[in-house]
Design a protein around this ligand. Sequence first.
Ligand SMILES: Cc1cc2nc3c(=O)[nH]c(=O)nc-3n(C[C@H](O)[C@H](O)[C@H](O)COP(=O)(O)OP(=O)(O)OC[C@H]3O[C@@H](n4cnc5c(N)ncnc54)[C@H](O)[C@@H]3O)c2cc1C
Length: 346
Amino acid sequence: MKRRSFITGGSALLAGSGLGVAAAAPDAVGPGFDREFDLVVVGSGTGLAAALIAASEGLSVLVLEKAGVIGGTTLVSGGVLWVPVNRVMQREGLDDNRDDAKRYLTRLSRGQASAEIIDAFIDNGADMLEAVERHSPIRWRVSRFMGRMPDYHAEWPGAMTHGRSVETAVEAAGALGGHLISLLYEGCLAAGVEFWTEAPAQRLITTELSGSRRVSGIQVRRGTVTQNVRAHRGVILATGGFERNAEMKTHFLRGPSPYTLGAPGNRGDGIHMGMAVGADLRNMNECWHLVVYKALAEAQGHLAGGAGLFGQVDKTQPGAIVVNRHGERFFNEAGSYDASWQSFHT
Ligand SMILES: Cc1cc2nc3c(=O)[nH]c(=O)nc-3n(C[C@H](O)[C@H](O)[C@H](O)COP(=O)(O)OP(=O)(O)OC[C@H]3O[C@@H](n4cnc5c(N)ncnc54)[C@H](O)[C@@H]3O)c2cc1C
């Protein structure tokens, strides 16, 4: 990966997790290091896909998780993955094509993603799904969430009304994030991935090599002890967003965003660790949002999950009209939750 594309977000990490890797030769733990692995993954949400595939390809892998439980926000999510031109839909008799997917994604990114990133997302997603299926108990199917899951802007050129959203195949209905994480975790354990929970990563360790600086490991706190872990093949930062960091939200987002359903530990640590070694940032002014009822959200504090979903469901009821303080409509109430929230900031 080029330094410039170092931090690109969780979905890109998932799509890019088909690592073409081979086991590194065993090496002595270097001076100043307490343990060594080929790969260290920081964060146990979508990062588990990278851990799974790397370990299945023969690398020794450590996952560091700040919380006491595995899964992050991904654990409580709907567990639906949006992967254009995937072969799961082909198995179910649905067709997609690359040009449509690119047209749709290019408009969706509003100039904030390079063609290189969009191409990488489209070209690696299907392989990622297959690799996860090959190395874990996961079996994918086209999502049946709410019956049929269309693209969020089904009215745009290149969109599909069915097929690009996939989920784990299971009898249960509803949010499948817990299922996704438990099966990824099962696959990781079978592949020999080591997990350290209550282990917040603190900083990347770098080494000078032939005039350039490279990441050689990571410093992590375990209880009262600080340990340095060597990572021969690299460190993957999958520490989620900055939804629990009020200062970052003030600096980077276009308007107030006080409530969150994200994991309690998501304070932008990985972004800070990347910045500290010179990573460039992009796309920091975007995030994924729901419209909530302020009074309910404030009454329930950070546990405002129910409030958030009521706001979304109510506004999309047939006949619902949302107006601003001047009594004027300002968005399409039937639109996706994220598009609705963007209208508030606009
Ligand atoms: C209710 C809900 C439903 C959703 N449904 C969907 C859906 O169906 N489809 C979809 O695509 N998206 C969905 N989303 C969004 C999606 O869940 C998130 O974008 C995604 O899970 C983020 O994954 P991640 O791996 O980047 O972060 P996370 O899953 O949050 O994982 C980050 C992990 O990093 C850990 N961490 C943070 N700092 C450190 C540190 N210093 N050291 C070690 N560990 C650290 C955190 O504790 C956390 O466990 C939903 C979100 C919510 C809240």
